[in-house]
Design a protein around this ligand. Sequence first.
Ligand code: DOR
Ligand code: ZN
Length: 391
Amino acid sequence: MVFGDRLKRRASPFKIEGGNDMKIVRNKAKEIIMIILLRFFCAHVHLREDDEEDLLMTDVVHFSDPYEYVTAMGNTKNPISTGPEAIAYKKKKIEKHKPGFKAIPTIMLTNSTTVETIRKAHRLGIKVVKYMPAGTTTNTEKGYIPLYDLIRTKGDVLREMQKRKMILSTHMELVRFPGATEDIHYLYREEEAIPYLEALIKVFPKLKIIVEHASTKKMIEFVKAAPAHVFATLTLQHALFHKGYVFDKNLKVKDPLYLCLPCLKEIEDTLAVREAMVSGNPKFFFGTDDAPHRLYKKMGPKPPSGISTPGIVAIALLCKIFEEANALKRLENFAARFGAKAYGLSLKGWKKMKVAKEPWTVAESYNDIVPLMSGETLDWQLVGEVFDLTH
Ligand code: DOR
Ligand code: ZN
């Protein structure tokens, strides 16, 4: 690709930590042809283990060139629930496949988490504790705590995290009301979780909380109005698709490829997610919830929840969403800076990348995984090498 135009430095409406210095490159006809910006921070991907490990390596690692950091959630078959386990997983598995890959390790909050677990993990450098309520999604059947029991059973653990300024990264869904025998339908689980989130914020007023993959207008509105240390990550599937893709008219799953949890919601929810994404509000930042499952399992009798969104697909979709909203200048904030700020990550040494408006077609499948937008042609792609940022 040849670029006649000189790069122009443009003023950003949202400056944080030294400002947003992404560049938008146009051709002679003033059409946008490339952007140069910080690599992204995807604050939510899923690790796998054993027979599923190759899914992680292909999906999360090999397609992750657009990422400077990812947050690695440890809901493996045997939950990664202590500091030493998280560090060992990172060193032995992730870095074995891609040395230097910057995965931020997390530990899962399970029945066995104690104050001592937190102290030890924190001493080993763990900053993030992931909580998935019992029965919400992949591998959470055993060993996890129901949302309505969290404060009662793990108050001391949460207090210790608050004291140490750690992050509670949480899947916010209520699967069942206390004492009930029936599950709440997927569609209503997130909104039913809001009162429990409210209680968490009240009881632990300084605990940094990230509501992962917010998927409803109600949750977005709640997070907007919550104190400044309450954030939400947003995914592409929730910003682009609605319940009609996954459920039939009786609200039964019709296409397991679109089954993720929290599930896809109403169109007004989708629009609310997209609006929050491009809004420039630092409470909302990027996390794909990249959760690969093999096709044979997805098409089996009990389809697992989770959508594979490899990094190279994610950047293309983010560029499209921000371009359509006429908000490209806010993309770097959403996809890199806001997450870094919430996590307290330095931008020093953070690499930049070039993303060009050059169409490419997403594979139908790889490794028996069907990614989001499989077979579709997308407009944007990472080109050339990522390069060092000199501040
Ligand atoms: O749909 C999902 N799949 N949501 C999650 O939170 C977990 C994930 C997985 O690990 O497969
Ligand atoms: Zn997830």
